[in-house]
Design a protein around this ligand. Structure first.
Ligand code: ACM
Ligand code: ZN
Length: 729
């Protein structure tokens, strides 16, 4: 029934696609915004908060043509149309002065654009990845930022009216091969363009200058010990490389994967000159069991080449990721010309450095999810936690219950955004993800929430909740009053069947069981349920009001924990909540609530439990990184600055014993109620995830200012590769 209604809503909307002309977005009703295929705005356009621009970007999901020619707008804000994949054509305001950073990042259907004569500045990466732009016209003389028109693979013609070449960065048109694009400039100014920075690449390869890598300026996370041998001869890397495994063990080596990774990395950086048997440099990979930590490695560069030793393959792999950054250097080009002789000894501070993604709220297409893995590995992040189900959707195929994904992986809308949110992962895809991530030494940790945040399952199986209330999946953020019913045996049968399949798909030692936001005030759901009250009596809970309902949650957890431990040998994980008055021994507790970290840590120590640090004030990457940064409209999120993330102290001032006995790791969250495209997950994640990686990896991490210096090279590298990140730091 519900499905039919949803489909007909979609049909009505597509049947009524419309052209709209208004002064401002607030003149349009929500459904008109969702229906508009073409849009003309003529008023004074706002740029902050729920601005005209934010509404065009986030609420007009079908809009293909936008005409702002008569709009009173001098500033196109940063991220104005960030990753709006549907946008095909835009006429910019005639009086526009500035185009913000990443304003059209990855608008990959956008074609033929004219930058009006009034424009004075075009921000970094403003049109990066707009690969359908064939013709670009620049009427005036704007200052053009770094990578502003990078990766425009479809570009055929650039027309300029200015006799004096606009001031451009050498990277502004990164990716344009000489002679591949017609540059049409006013008569007599060809020579000036031929010589001008940024424009000369239309005629000849830009000269980049020789670069010797400086690891003190480019490594993130910073290794524990780094000694660069100043004065020693540097190694020219553009030569033949041979990958050698020092100790073979029978049929090959336990380093097969690392050899493969090393080959790929060197080929990407240097070209196809690997294992040519020519004289050249050696990359030696080896196991050194004398190292103390499973992830520890040493890396030396001497006159013969590079030697990486790890206690285990994962240590060797992290050594390779360090070498990759050394070869990358300043990030201005694919590979430096030479590297210095040096010694690195490195070992992590914490063993779990996690990012959590939330495909439940906004589905992340499988290939995009997979692409997240190598990016994490660059910074030695080693766990990806998948929040697979919530009130808004069920995103993992369960063969026993196909109805879950058939009926609860589609919904219309999220808060003020009217658009379809759909998709789920097959088990086959999840197995592929696990195997792929393993090559990067990244653990995939699944999460199935209980007893709250389960409305998607309840919408399919009402018997999962008290009173068998049939509730629709949620289309807003916030917390539902509907919980799983701990008094009903079907709840255990259902969860048992789900975990049976999950345990078979995900080899991780860990399964996250959620446990957050089920008690305030939602535990009332259990107060007037005869099954819950009967269970209370049976297990000796004497109160009938809500005061001891949390003990029912304890009962539910105990049964599921026992199942996961005894049958599947898994360690369960939980979000810490104070209304749930105990810490499950032997499980991992996540300290997440802003302001409650101290309490969570004390409780963990008292109960001899392990704790994951992901406190909101340091680790919630779904929050904006600065005021007015994306997501400009949200449910009242505070700011989590890059500096705040970097300053995370994994020991929380509690000393070495806490760190040794209780600290499990650090995690960054990317809840996706307000993240509408896959690119925007990267935008929220980076660069904070790099700061988190260093906080979690580096013992005695350097100052924030030092981090910012090293981040420059990573930021350049990301821009060059077309990876989006927040520039608001
Ligand atoms: C959470 O952010 N609800 C764990
Ligand atoms: Zn109940």
């Amino acid at each position: 029934m519900k499905r039919i209604l949803l489909l007909s809503a979609a049909t009505i909307i597509s049947a009524a696609l419309s052209a709209q002309t208004v002064a401002n977005m607030n003149d349009l009703k929500p459904e008109k915004k969702a229906m508009a295929v073409s849009l003309k705005l003529t008023g004074e356009l706002s740029t902050k908060g729920n601005s005209d621009y934010r509404q065009m970007r986030d609420l007009c999901f079908q809009t293909r043509t936008i005409d702002l020619s008569d709009a009173n707008s001098t500033e196109l804000p940063n991220n104005a149309f960030h990753s709006r994949h549907q946008l095909e054509h835009i006429t910019l305001p005639k009086i526009l002065k500035s185009i913000g950073t990443q304003a059209f990042f990855a608008c990959d259907k956008l074609h033929d654009i004219t930058i009006p004569a009034s424009v004075e500045i075009i921000g970094a990466a403003a049109f990066s990845g707009c690969k359908s732009i064939t013709e670009l016209t620049i009427e005036g003389q704007p200052v053009i930022g770094e990578y502003a028109f990078a990766r425009l693979s479809g570009l055929k013609t650039v027309k300029l009216n200015s006799k004096v070449p606009p001031k451009a960065d050498v990277s502004s048109f990164y990716g344009i091969a000489p002679g591949s694009v017609r540059l049409i400039v006013p008569k007599g100014s060809e020579k000036a363009y031929m010589k001008a920075t940024g424009w000369s690449r239309f005629y000849a390869e830009p000269k980049m200058g020789n670069e010797v890598s400086d690891p003190t300026l480019c490594l993130t996370p910073m290794p524990q010990v780094l000694n660069v041998q100043k004065g020693a001869k540097t190694l020219n890397v553009h030569t033949a490389w041979n990958i050698v495994v020092a100790h073979m063990d029978g049929e090959g080596t336990i380093l097969n994967n690392e050899v493969e990774q090393a080959r790929e990395m060197l080929s990407n950086r240097i070209g196809n000159i690997v294992n040519s048997r020519q004289r050249g440099l050696q990359l030696v990979l080896d196991i050194d069991s004398s190292l103390e930590d499973n992830e520890a490695y040493t890396l030396t560069v001497d006159a013969k080449g590079v030697n990486i030793k790890g206690k285990t393959p994962s240590g060797v792999f992290w050594g390779l990721m360090t070498l990759d950054q050394i070869l990358r250097g300043s990030g201005n080009k694919e590979c430096v010309d030479a590297i210095p002789q040096l010694t690195i000894k490195d070992t992590p501070r914490t063993h779990v450095r996690e990012l959590m993604v939330d495909p439940a709220r906004t589905f992340i297409p499988f290939n995009e999810l997979k692409a997240f893995i190598p990016e994490m590995a660059r910074y030695k992040l080693n766990a990806l936690h998948l929040h697979l189900v919530d009130d808004q959707a069920w995103r993992i195929e369960i063969k026993k219950y196909p109805q879950l994904t058939e009926q609860a992986s589609y919904r219309w809308g999220q808060d003020d955004i009217q658009m379809p949110y759909k998709g789920y992962y097959t088990q086959e895809q999840m197995r592929e993800l696990v195997a792929y991530a393993a090559k990067y030494h990244i653990d995939i940790v699944p999460e199935i929430e209980m007893p709250g945040h389960e409305v998607a399952a309840i919408s399919v199986f009402p018997e999962l909740t008290c009173h068998q209330r049939r509730v629709p999946i949620r289309t807003t953020c916030g917390v539902s009053n509907e919980l799983l019913c701990p008094g009903n045996e079907f709840t255990y049968e259902f969860l048992g069947n789900v975990f049976k399949e999950l345990a078979d798909i995900f080899p991780s030692k860990y399964i996250h069981l959620g446990g957050d936001e089920a008690g305030n005030p939602a535990l009332d759901c259990w107060t007037d349920c005869p099954k819950c009250q009967a269970l209370k009596k049976k297990i000796g809970i004497t109160t009938t009001d809500r005061s001891e309902n949390w003990k029912l949650q304890g009962y539910l957890f105990d049964r599921i924990i026992e199942l996961l431990r005894d049958t599947y040998h898994k360690t369960p994980m939980f979000w810490y909540e104070t209304d749930f008055k105990k810490i499950q021994p032997g499980c991992v507790t996540f300290a997440w609530r802003q302001g409650l970290t101290e309490k969570a840590l004390d409780a963990a120590v008292e109960n001899n439990a392990r704790i994951m640090l992901c406190p909101g004030e340091h680790c919630y990457f779904d929050y904006p990184m600065a005021k007015d940064d994306m997501p400009e409209v949200n449910w009242g999120m505070p700011v989590t600055s890059l500096k705040a993330t970097y300053s995370l102290d994994p020991s929380w001032g509690k000393g070495a014993d806490f760190e040794k006995n209780n600290l499990f790791g650090v995690a960054g969250t990317l809840w996706s109620e307000c993240i509408t495209t896959p690119e925007r997950i990267y935008y929220q994640a980076y660069p904070r995830a790099i700061a988190l990686a260093e906080a979690g990896w580096t013992k005695n991490k350097p100052s924030y200012d030092n981090f910012l210096v090293r981040l420059k090279s990573t930021a350049k590298d990301m821009m060059r590769r077309g990876i989006t990140f927040s520039m608001e730091y």
